[in-house]
Design a binder for this molecule. Sequence first.
Ligand code: ADP
Ligand code: GN1
Ligand code: MG
Length: 368
Amino acid sequence: MKEVREELKKIAGCFLGEESITELKAHGNGHINDTFVIVCEENGRETRWILQKINKYVFPHPEQVMENVLAVTSFLKNKIAAQGGDPDRETLTVLETKDGKAYCVDENGDYWRCYNFISDTLCFEAAETTQDFYEAAVAFGKFQSLLADYPAETLHETIANFHNTKARFAVFQEAVAKDTAKRAKSVQKEIQFILDRESVANYFTDLLVQGEIPLRVTHNDTKINNILMDKETRKGVCVIDLDTVMPGLAMHDFGDAVRFGASTAAEDELDLSKVSCDMELFEVYTKGFIEGCEGRLTPKEIKLLPMGAKTITLELAMRFLTDYLNGDMYFKVHREGHNLDRCRTQLKLVSDMEEKWDKMQEIVAKYM
Ligand code: ADP
Ligand code: GN1
Ligand code: MG
């Protein structure tokens, strides 16, 4: 343990004065990166930082991730300043290494980066009130609006086909066929549920090819724990976890937030009777997101918001099951069968959305 700490301290020392570090501990509940908070003290003044190891299995080109993050945050800083906001608080700031780089590489070839810690904020695993969920919607909508005139083609695709659900379906079929971890036999029901919905998986990919919907710069991972809210006002302060910011669909940013935040249970709940998509929360997010987007969405995109919720939920179910079949290589797991449990909640949400389909359309129609 002591060795690990010394190792970490050495890495932190690439960015900060090693001797000023008074605390270094694991932080947050992300499924992908390893996150630590560092406390430093110099001349009686305390500063905090976020140190992260970028998951290189998930992000095969960490240097491209950092190029995107630097480009997007500097673009956002200009926009925020022009609107009279605080660029140091309302978007992430990458701390350079002592030799002027955006990351450092350790002896194992792992990439590390450091951000300013944004204080006096709350980070929810689940919204505590309906109003919190509304504020998250406004903030993620605003994020998209701020980036609406960003030249999308200049961004790297940090994970190939990240939300190309059609391609995800093919990868899922391949995982079923290979059955690397010899688990397919025990999850036939889940596999069949997904196979029966190939048309849902193809829907947006086909519309995009036909030029029916626009490709935008999107966040692509809009869980409520990827936003920091002000401790006092409880309004969105800063959208974080920018590794997946790349060209994508507005409907997916909406849908991913809904599948996580409008669910009545945790993403890994074992009792599926507790899992459903709450229509009041669905409505609140619809209202907040459309407002936050400040008129940027086309009527067709608004109409397709329910489809965004359904496809992204199905996609994540496929991704969790794919990872389960592959032997848990991608998402961090904390118990036996964790990815399967996660897959099951997502499938339950898909069925629930199918049952509530007309209601979801009605709700969205109110905001067109
Ligand atoms: P992951 O990709 O693993 O989800 P995140 O970038 O979302 O990693 O970080 C994990 C958690 O760390 C977040 O949910 C949040 O609680 C916290 N966090 C990340 N960046 C900051 C920051 N700059 N200031 C304060 N807290 C942060
Ligand atoms: C991962 O990093 P985190 O925990 O915010 C994943 C998302 C999934 C989410 C499911 C890069 O998000 O796509 O929706 O888990 N991020 C990546 O909880 O794959
Ligand atoms: Mg995160």
